[in-house]
Design a protein around this ligand. Structure first.
Ligand code: V07
Length: 253
């Protein structure tokens, strides 16, 4: 299959393991954890785990389009990740280029739109350029939205919104009592993206690590011990199956 059918062009063939075609999560967010541990268990440097993690992204993007997901948000680099050793940060900052050099032609062909959330201002020039190019060249695509959280932090995102509100209150254009949830949502980096229906975190850690704090308020969470480089398309399908089971249970109450 060459097209990652999604959004406006749903695949006519339903996925064999997902009978509930009306209940596909529109937005899946993933914390891609366990690359370092995957490498360590093989006596390899952490960089080998990160590199292997790129292959998983390709597989998960493909499967997401296939099953009809509209938005896929991947936590690629957090605002806390700058604390890692300089050599590892430098390696990580080459991964967007590495991924896009290989995958951008196929993403374009498959109608995928690349987006990002996070503060790009402190990224190395070479990283920013590669990402901007991908965003620009896929801006007109109408299929799966592939959203990379890159130098993203949930608290920082909220602090920016609070600052905006503070400024408007100071200049008299806003009354504190007039602030609503919708206004706050509308000022987040995800203002053009619906909240995630399903959060997946790999590698056995059960925490949010500053990821989409506001947006995940009502999402289903799916944690797996599988390390990100070992995660496959069928692991994704399993997570969606479990999501559908939970939704069916809630519906019955
Ligand atoms: C990174 C590889 C995958 C495993 C998890 C962490 C490491 C893809 C990107 C990326 C980011 C922006 C973009 C295209 C690709 C990426 C970093 C790390 C910093 F437009 N994977 N990946 N960026 N990892």
């Amino acid at each position: 299959m060459d097209q990652f059918f999604s959004r406006k062009e749903k695949s006519s063939e339903s996925h064999p393991n997902l009978p509930d075609q009306d209940n596909i999560p529109s937005h899946i967010a993933i914390i891609m954890d366990g690359n370092g541990r995957w490498a360590k268990s093989r006596g390899l440097p952490r960089s080998a785990g990160h590199r292997e993690g790129l292959k998983t992204i390709t597989e998960v993007v493909e499967k997401s389009g296939e099953i009809g997901v509209d938005y896929l948000t991947l936590y690629a680099f957090s605002t806390e990740n700058w604390k890692r050793p300089k050599t590892e940060v430098e390696f990580l900052m080459k991964l967007p280029e590495r991924f896009l050099h290989k995958e951008l032609p196929r993403l374009k062909k498959n109608n995928v739109q690349v987006k990002t959330i996070g503060d790009p201002s402190v990224l190395p020039q070479h990283t920013r350029r590669a990402v901007e190019k991908a965003v620009q060249e896929t801006a007109g695509n109408t299929g799966l939205i592939l959203n990379f959280a890159l130098n993203y932090g949930g608290r920082q995102e909220l602090v920016e919104v609070v600052r905006d509100f503070g400024e408007e209150i100071r200049n008299g254009t806003l009354q504190p009592d007039d602030i609503t949830e919708e206004m706050l949502s509308g000022r987040l980096l995800t203002k053009d993206i619906p909240d995630p229906d399903l959060l997946i975190r790999t590698s056995g850690e059960i925490r949010l690590s500053n990821f989409m704090l506001w947006q995940l308020a009502y999402s289903e969470f799916w944690f797996t011990d599988v390390l990100w480089p070992d995660f496959t398309g069928s692991d994704l399908v399993e997570a969606v199956q479990r999501y559908q089971q939970r939704k069916r249970r809630y519906g019955g109450v």
